[in-house]
Design a protein around this ligand. Structure first.
Ligand code: G3P
Ligand code: MG
Length: 346
């Protein structure tokens, strides 16, 4: 282990291993910290029997705010400082699409938040469902914009605007209206609203920031997530057009997300401790077998270093069932997960 400059000599920073954390169901549930999470962060930061400090990053499928905003929120909740340099959310990798697509429909999240996120990523022309409803309120017969939505929405002649791609950045707040608009576009002639294709094969591509069918929120039972919207949209498209809809999802369990996480971790360790080599092992702590455990295990197969999956019982996965994707180890909560990793490395 390397000594950390400016910290007492008894605390050492390990360059051998690192940890990555899922957020919902591991650290947070329904906006509140999971009880053991705050202590788990302290243990990572040296409050353990060995005085070891472990580098870590956060990889959530959630989103709907800028990475900066989410880090400020997480810092308060976990009582530590979280930097955007150690944070990936579902839509973070979408920033790489801003060069390819200029005019895009961005769906999901509160108010104007996701438009701001997309513009921050460099998308040049960002349209929201609200813009389309304001321009033509008949688009969604049972959905009226609030005054605030109306004030924020941007009117122009959408029949003349070619929408090149659809991005679902965060959970839809209006499934019916959002799906109507997405379907209209998918069935359009080349992304022009108001037109109808005869062949249904010229609509824009659809990208989802993740594919979690369920997730762990404040309710005792799991809640429907963005993956459920995706399934619903695919089923409706099939029912209406008779064709198969192919959509793309980012986030976990996609390998690309874990590659992104690897690069982020490497940069983070370099910037904070001058280490320019990958850790031997990355412990990933998650609550959802289908995204966290599956993604970690599959990435482990192709990665040069070891990715070790730890499943907790505080979120989607519940005791008494067999997880669809088997973790290396299952523990009660994130504190046990951190202790398990540190003990295993001694
Ligand atoms: O909508 C967010 C949810 O599906 C999962 O978030 O932090 O568990 O990856 P997380
Ligand atoms: Mg989770």
């Amino acid at each position: 282990p390397l000594s950390t400059p400016g910290t007492p000599p008894e605390t050492t920073f390990t360059d051998k291993y690192a940890m990555a954390f899922d957020i919902d169901g591991v650290l947070i549930r329904g906006g509140r910290p999971i009880p053991e999470a705050v202590e788990a962060m302290q243990v990572l930061n040296g409050k353990n029997a060995y005085g070891v400090k472990v580098p870590y990053i956060f990889v959530t499928n959630g989103g709907g705010k800028t990475e900066q905003e989410r880090c400020i929120q997480l810092s308060k909740q976990m009582e530590i400082e979280v930097s955007p340099g150690q944070f990936i959310c579902g839509h973070t990798p979408m920033r790489e699409m801003a060069e390819k697509y200029k005019t895009v429909l961005v769906v999901g999240g509160e108010g104007e938040k996701c438009r701001q996120v997309a513009e921050g990523y460099g998308f040049k022309d960002v349209i929201t469902p609200g813009d389309i409803i304001k321009d033509n309120p008949d688009t969604t017969p049972f959905r009226k914009l609030t005054k605030e939505e109306n004030d924020n929405s941007r009117v122009r002649n959408y029949a003349e605007v070619k929408i090149e791609a659809i991005f679902v950045f965060a959970d839809s707040r209006d499934w019916a209206g959002d799906q109507q608009i997405i379907l209209d576009l998918l069935m359009s002639k080349g992304g022009y609203l108001g037109s109808r294709s005869e062949t249904f094969d010229e609509g824009p591509p659809v990208f989802f920031s993740h594919n979690d069918v369920i997730w762990s929120a404040s309710h005792d039972l799991t809640r429907l997530g963005m993956g459920a919207l995706r399934l619903s949209l695919e089923a409706m498209y099939k029912a209406v057009t008779g064709k198969q809809l192919n959509t793309t999802a980012f986030g976990k369990p996609q390998t690309g997300t874990f590659q992104f996480a690897t690069r982020l971790l490497q940069q983070w360790r370099k910037d904070t401790h001058g280490i320019d080599a990958p850790p031997e092992t990355v412990y990933f702590v998650g609550d959802t077998p289908e995204s966290d455990i599956r993604g970690t295990n599959e990435f482990n197969e192709q990665s040069e270093n070891q990715w070790y999956s730890i499943l907790v019982r505080t979120g989607v996965y519940q005791e008494g069932t067999k997880p669809k994707f088997a973790p290396k180890v299952t523990v009660d909560n994130v504190l046990d997960a951190v202790n398990h990793a540190i003990e295993r490395e001694q």
